[in-house]
Design a protein around this ligand. Structure first.
Ligand SMILES: [Zn+2]
Length: 178
C-alpha cells in the first residue's frame, strides 16, 4: 500500500459523544500547619528520646534536669561526643555517663539569615556556633541564644542550657553570659 492510498487515521471522531464531565473533586482540607509538633519525621532535627526509642535516653533525662551529659569509655579514658552506646576504639559497650561542664567559649559562629530549615522560618535570623567547653576536650555545635548574631564575637563566654522544644522533647543550646 502506497502512502497515497493508505486510509488516513481520523484525528477525531465527532460521532462519538463526549464523555460526561467528571464532577469536580472535593477540595482537600487545608494543610495542617507545620508546627514543632507536626514536622515531617525526616525533617525533624530532634531525636526521639524515650527509652523505647533510643539507648541514649539517659542523655535526654539529664537534659530535663538541666544538665548536658555524654558517655565516656573508662577503658580508653575517652570522652565521646555525641553520647554513644559503644566506644569507637575498643567497641566496648560498658560506657559511663558523665556530666559536661556548663560553660564554654565561642570558637566560631555563623548566622542563618535565610533558607532556614522547615519549621524554623520564623526564627530567622539566628546564630549557630562551635563552643569549646571549659575543662573538657570537646567542641560542641549548637544554637547560640542571648545576643543578636551581629553582636557575637570569637571567645565570647557562653553557657550550656537545656530547653523544651515544645512537644515534650528536650535539647541543648548555648546562651551568652552577658
Ligand atoms: Zn573504649
Amino acid at each position: 500500500m502506497s502512502a497515497e492510498t493508505r486510509p488516513r487515521r481520523p484525528v477525531s471522531n465527532l460521532a462519538t459523544p463526549l464523555p460526561e464531565p467528571t464532577p469536580a473533586p472535593t477540595p482537600a482540607p487545608p494543610p495542617t500547619p507545620l508546627t514543632r509538633e507536626k514536622r515531617p519525621f525526616l525533617l525533624d532535627f530532634f531525636p526521639l528520646e524515650t527509652a523505647d526509642q533510643t539507648r541514649l535516653s539517659r542523655f535526654f533525662e539529664r537534659l530535663k534536669e538541666g544538665v548536658v551529659s555524654t558517655t565516656r569509655c573508662p577503658k580508653d579514658d575517652l570522652l565521646l561526643w555525641p553520647p554513644r552506646t559503644a566506644c569507637p576504639l575498643c567497641h566496648g559497650e560498658t560506657l559511663e555517663w558523665v556530666d559536661l561542664p556548663g560553660r564554654g567559649h565561642l570558637y566560631a559562629f555563623s548566622a542563618v539569615l535565610g533558607g532556614a530549615p522547615l519549621g524554623m522560618e520564623s526564627e530567622v535570623p539566628f546564630a549557630v556556633g562551635l563552643v569549646d567547653l571549659e575543662g573538657a576536650p570537646l567542641r560542641l555545635f549548637g544554637r547560640i541564644e542571648g545576643r543578636p548574631w551581629n553582636e557575637l564575637h570569637i571567645g565570647q563566654p557562653v553557657r550550656l542550657e537545656s530547653y523544651d522544644i515544645g512537644d515534650g522533647r528536650w535539647f541543648y543550646r548555648f546562651r551568652t553570659e552577658v
